[in-house]
Design a protein around this ligand. Structure first.
Ligand SMILES: [Zn+2]
Length: 169
């Protein structure tokens, strides 16, 4: 017996235990705010944008409007490369909608390269088109990746389909 699967309820048991089933009918809209709105407009144009701190010179990607280290407003926008290095990665077996994935995916944080400044903080979390075995063996960590852009962009994070390995560590 597989102890991790639990004991499923029969349809009859479920109806006895749950008296009323309601489905949420909330209609909502999301206002991403100044920084993320501009970030998404940039993605639609195939650009990854960040904000540079005038004090510590860190470039924040995804962009922020305030530096959490220096407590100063960030008003300088910069475009960073769509290439970088895998800082960390995990294999996921469950989709964002909480359904079991038929094929596991790799998700990780990519530290993007810039032009001049050496560090992009904190890095972009995204799907990485890699084999789960490359995560388990740690081969993926530190490898160079590049964004695979969607052909039709919508102005959202999925305008980048995933990051693909261009050079193994
Ligand atoms: Zn700063």
């Amino acid at each position: 017996m597989n102890s991790t699967k639990g004991t499923p309820l029969s349809e009859e048991d479920f109806k006895r235990a749950v008296k009323e089933i309601t489905r949420p009918r909330a209609v909502y809209d999301v206002a991403p705010g100044e920084a993320y709105s501009r970030f998404f407009r940039g993605l639609k144009e195939g650009k990854i944008l960040g904000t540079r701190c005038p004090s510590c010179r860190l470039v924040h990607v995804p962009p922020k409007v305030y530096c959490q280290y220096c407590y100063v407003p960030l008003t300088e926008w910069v475009e960073v490369k769509d290439e970088g290095y895998v800082e960390t990665a995990v294999v996921v077996y469950i989709a964002a909608e909480r359904e079991r994935l038929e094929t596991p995916e790799v998700v990780g944080v990519v530290r993007l390269e810039g032009s001049g400044d050496e560090y992009r903080f904190p890095g972009l979390m995204h799907r990485i088109c890699a084999d789960p075995d490359d995560v388990k063996s740690m081969k993926l960590l530190g490898s160079k990746v590049r964004a695979r852009w969607a052909k039709e962009k919508q102005g959202g994070i999925n305008d980048i389909e995933c990051f693909e390995v261009v050079q193994w560590k």
